[in-house]
Design a protein around this ligand. Structure first.
Ligand SMILES: Nc1nc2c(c(=O)[nH]1)N(C=O)[C@@H](CNc1ccc(C(=O)N[C@@H](CCC(=O)O)C(=O)O)cc1)CN2
Ligand SMILES: Nc1ncnc2c1ncn2[C@@H]1O[C@H](COP(=O)(O)OP(=O)(O)OP(=O)(O)O)[C@@H](O)[C@H]1O
Length: 224
């Protein structure tokens, strides 16, 4: 028997229902609206960078992703970061380790090809590999987020594993993870899992959301 009542569904079932609804809603955003939203998201993100820089936290290397499936488009942001001389990276699906990502330097001349999900990614070239320890900030895709900075992704656990690995690595400054999403991706509550790592910042076109998810020593002052 199929249960439609969300409280009687399993966690996996609730995730699936929510993912489907939000992925459908963001794909339905008209192209012109998507374009304006991406420009606004870019501006919000640059404001965060300026604020971090004013606090002495220079951001030189940023991992982003190539947007798909109605995600808030990162293209204007990537261009803006290039103009600021910031090194940009894109994820590739790890060739051997299931569920893992690698990050490769991405520049205008980089050749992209579609991975097994149809998402453009750079060709694996070891000379362009950027270790997690060298990233200052990771822009994190998400399907849904809540008012506490929790995120739910596409269901592969790729970013959960990446954020966990970054937390466990011996970094002097913790990797700053920033979500990037449409406003309609904010939900009242998420089916959380023990491995979920909340984000300190989530950028939407209309707002920079900041959350108290960092430890005191790693937390940049709140940006209001
Ligand atoms: N733009 C972007 N790039 C990204 C991610 C992302 O969320 N957004 N990822 C974040 O982790 C990774 C890819 N993760 C993904 C996980 C599931 C599906 C997906 O569409 N799954 C299908 C069915 C599975 C299949 O085709 O094998 C589906 O849900 O319908 C896509 C990407 C790396 N790159
Ligand atoms: N830190 C981790 N170590 C090992 N496995 C993990 C970790 N985090 C998540 N997973 C596994 O990944 C699977 C997918 O997790 P989940 O549905 O939370 O992914 P998601 O947040 O939607 O995806 P993503 O992080 O790629 O955006 C789960 O089955 C879980 O067991």
């Amino acid at each position: 028997m199929t249960h439609t009542n969300s409280s009687s569904q399993t966690r996996d079932g609730r995730c699936k229902t929510l993912r489907q609804a939000i992925r459908h809603a963001r794909r339905a955003i008209p192209e012109a609206e998507q374009h304006v939203a991406a420009l606004k998201g870019c501006e919000q993100f640059l404001t965060l960078l300026d604020e971090l820089s004013a606090q002495g936290r220079a951001i030189k290397t940023v991992a982003l992703y190539f947007s798909c499936d109605g995600e808030l488009d990162t293209a204007p942001l990537i261009e803006a970061l290039w103009q600021r001389g910031i090194t940009t990276c894109l994820p590739i699906i790890h060739p051997f380790a299931p569920g893992r990502l690698l990050f490769l330097r991405y520049q205008l001349s980089s050749q992209l090809h579609a991975n097994r999900f149809g998402i453009p990614e750079p060709r694996l070239d070891i000379r362009t590999l950027v270790p997690l320890a060298e990233l200052d900030l990771i822009l994190t895709p998400l399907v849904a987020f809540d008012a506490q900075g929790n995120r739910m992704g596409m269901g592969g656990g790729f970013y959960d594993r990446t954020l966990a690995a970054a937390q466990q690595s011996a970094r002097t400054v913790p990797l700053l993870a920033v979500g990037f999403a449409h406003t309609l991706q904010l939900v009242d509550s998420l089916p959380l899992a023990p491995w979920d790592i909340p984000l300190p910042f989530i950028v939407t076109p209309d707002k920079l959301h900041s959350f108290n998810t960092l430890t005191a020593e790693s937390c940049p002052k709140k940006v209001v």
